[in-house]
Design a protein around this ligand. Structure first.
Ligand SMILES: [Zn+2]
Length: 350
């Protein structure tokens, strides 16, 4: 028994040594590594062949950032995200649903812009493809928007206002839980192109907006941003680019905030869309008219042969700790509020 064990151990040590030498000699290196490095490398699992790495699904494309210089060669796992978990069409209860025709993953490196009204660099939508976007929530009207989207098994891109997420964090959680993409639309809906806006204020509006989304969801948002009133400045664009945040403009404006009712929202979208053929549609989940219009509007899109593209981020945004902390401080109630009511208010006479 002891001999057999000894034999097995000897074979194992020999195998390890052979593997170690092979690994060392086959690894490209400029300088000779000390022997202990070889031993350490043997203990590491061998890198799996590239073909075995999880690849994105066929319907997922890396759309933006492709024109940028490719980074240094990296393992496939680092270059591509894990397969996306959401494939709602397979579980859709509505056989005639609008659904999603494809999901695109955006590499936000350098801050690519979308929506031809302002950013004409990346024309990735093909004829009849649309992206559904919703600004200014979360709001009590948002669940009706979510229901309409769920009934059609389709997905949108939400740009919530930071302050609103602190009022209705549970509604924003519903948005994320339903598989929609969540970016940000500043902290307080301040117009960043205002002459009074200083650079530190601009950064705070952007960063606190994202930090608020993270605080509500417990997970990082997509690095997707829309300027309130679409008011951008070179300084703000430069800042977003430095943070690798994508900016979103519009192709088809629903003008829902000044519509007389749901019918006008539908007419605005369909008229412009039929003319342009495709595009990023701007709506507001905070608008009652939009929530009411959406079931019919989605049916009209389906009937018109339009297809919904969902945009997702290749990587989520890392919020900045100083702004996360600022937000936590803002939200903190004074310590006195934690005292039990009986220690503060006592009935002395009845
Ligand atoms: Zn807005």
């Amino acid at each position: 028994m002891r001999n057999a064990l000894g034999l097995m151990l000897a074979s194992f040590v020999t195998a390890v040594l052979i593997t170690g030498v092979w690994f060392w000699t086959s690894s490209p290196r400029a300088d000779a590594a000390p022997p202990q490095t070889v031993a350490a490398r043997v203990a590491e699992p061998l890198p799996a062949p590239a073909a075995a790495k999880p690849a994105p699904k066929d319907d997922v494309e890396i759309t933006a950032g492709l024109s940028k210089p490719a980074p240094a060669p990296a393992p496939a796992a680092a270059a591509f995200p894990a397969p996306l978990p959401v494939r709602p069409a397979a579980t859709c209860a509505n056989p005639d649903a609008l659904g999603i025709s494809r999901v695109v993953v955006i590499d936000t490196t350098g801050g690519p812009g979308f929506g031809f009204l302002q950013y004409k660099q990346f024309d990735f939508l093909t004829d009849k493809e649309v992206v559904l976007t919703f600004d200014d929530g979360p709001w009590p009207t948002t669940p009706a928007v979510l229901k309409a989207l769920a009934d059609e098994c389709t997905k949108g891109l939400f740009f919530p206002v930071g302050k609103h997420t602190t009022y209705h964090p549970e509604i924003l959680k519903q948005v994320a839980a339903a598989g929609h993409t969540v970016g940000s639309h500043t902290w307080s809906h301040a117009h960043l192109d205002s002459k009074k806006m200083t650079e530190p204020q601009m950064r705070e509006e952007i960063e606190k907006g994202f930090s608020a989304v993270k605080m509500a969801l417990g997970t990082a948002p997509a690095p997707f941003f829309r300027f309130p009133g679409l008011g951008h400045t070179q300084a703000a664009l430069g800042y977003l680019a430095s943070r690798n945040i994508s900016m979103f403009s519009v192709d088809v404006d629903s003008n829902d905030f000044k519509s007389s009712g749901p019918d006008q929202v539908i007419q605005n979208v369909m008229t412009k869309l039929d003319k342009q053929g495709k595009g990023v549609i701007l709506m507001h989940d905070l608008q009652k008219h939009t929530a009411l219009a959406l079931p019919t509007l989605l049916r009209r899109l389906k009937a018109g042969g339009y297809k919904v593209v969902q945009m997702r981020a290749k990587e989520q945004l890392e919020t900045l700790p100083e702004y996360d902390a600022m937000l936590v401080k803002d939200q903190k109630t004074p310590a006195v509020a934690s005292r039990p009511i009986s220690s503060v208010v006592q009935t002395v006479s009845q």
